[in-house]
Design a protein around this ligand. Structure first.
Ligand code: SAM
Length: 275
């Protein structure tokens, strides 16, 4: 009979956050697949557990994934852990879950620590609807297009960010979301220096320009207000503007084009309206 894959969340700072169920699952698994075996060994030592470990991380996951699946199919039970928090959430695991599901292996996710949800819940921003955006790319082009795609997002947004990239991310966010957008910077969650810093984006840029950020951060950004994304101009305004431009000598086509650029309304609708 095939074994199983367990996804076991581990503390994001406070070792007391490991649950009894997580501990038992680690104790009973035949082997543990870990993102960094040295990090997991420390946790296992803390719990006085001695288990066989295999490494499973971003750069070995394609061939290690096959080996893990074969072992589970042969009857072993595997517990997957990442360095901290929930496996498969901006951490290795997504591919292994897919491979196991395709092989007909039962996957069981144990609920537990996750920086994104911990931060959202104490952000003070609306939690009813939210989107998880993970890390922004380091490549300028894809990072900009990621942020641009969220310009009109009305749900609360969750981002992970490394401290050395925080200031440039906040600066990019100001240009896309505007200086007044609210942000909760959730820092060092569950650790000694845990804090939630609730500011506007402009204030956050100012703060971290003066003092370099330290520690781990989750950024919770308020969604766009509906009024912010509603068109500022009506079609009638745009048609009037096009007619004004035509009166100044522009062709109907050029006038519709310019009015469309100024009002962000569709050129064809403006063109038709000028008849
Ligand atoms: N899978 C993990 C989870 O469920 O929380 C996330 C792993 S991701 C590689 C690491 C990022 O999570 C960090 O860069 C930071 O943005 C966030 N993070 C992890 N621990 C944190 C903590 N204690 N306080 C604030 N953010 C944390």
């Amino acid at each position: 009979m095939a074994g199983m894959l367990y996804l076991v969340p581990t503390p994001i700072g406070n070792l007391g956050d490991i649950s009894a169920r997580c501990r038992n699952t680690l104790a009973e698994a035949d082997f543990i697949a870990a993102e960094d075996t040295r990090v997991t060994l420390k946790l296992l030592n803390h719990m006085e557990l001695h288990k066989p470990l295999v490494s499973y991380y971003e750069h070995n996951k394609s061939f290690k994934g096959n080996q893990i699946v074969d072992r589970i199919l042969a009857g072993e039970t595997c517990a997957l852990v990442s360095d901290a928090g929930s496996p498969a959430i901006s951490d290795p695991g997504e591919d292994l879950v897919r491979q196991c599901a395709e092989a007909g292996i039962t996957v069981c996710a144990i609920p537990g620590p996750c920086a994104a949800i911990t931060a959202l819940s104490i952000s003070g921003l609306p939690t009813g609807r939210f989107t998880f955006e993970g890390f922004l790319s380091t490549a300028k082009k894809s990072r900009n297009s990621h942020l641009e795609s969220l310009k009109a997002e009305t749900r609360t947004m969750i981002f992970y960010e490394a401290p050395h990239k925080l200031l440039s991310t906040l600066t990019d966010m100001v240009s896309v979301f505007g200086p007044e957008r609210r942000i909760s910077l959730c820092r060092e969650l569950t650790k000694l220096h845990e804090e939630v810093i609730r500011l506007t984006l402009a204030q956050a840029v100012e703060k971290y320009t003066e003092t370099a950020p330290k520690g781990e951060f989750v950024l919770i950004i308020e969604g766009a207000a509906v009024a912010e994304i509603a068109p500022a101009f009506t079609l009638e305004d745009a048609v009037n503007r096009a007619q004004e431009l035509m009166a100044q000598g522009l062709s109907r086509k050029d006038a519709a084009k310019q009015a469309a650029q100024e009002t962000k309304l569709p050129k064809n609708a403006i063109y038709d309206g000028t008849l």
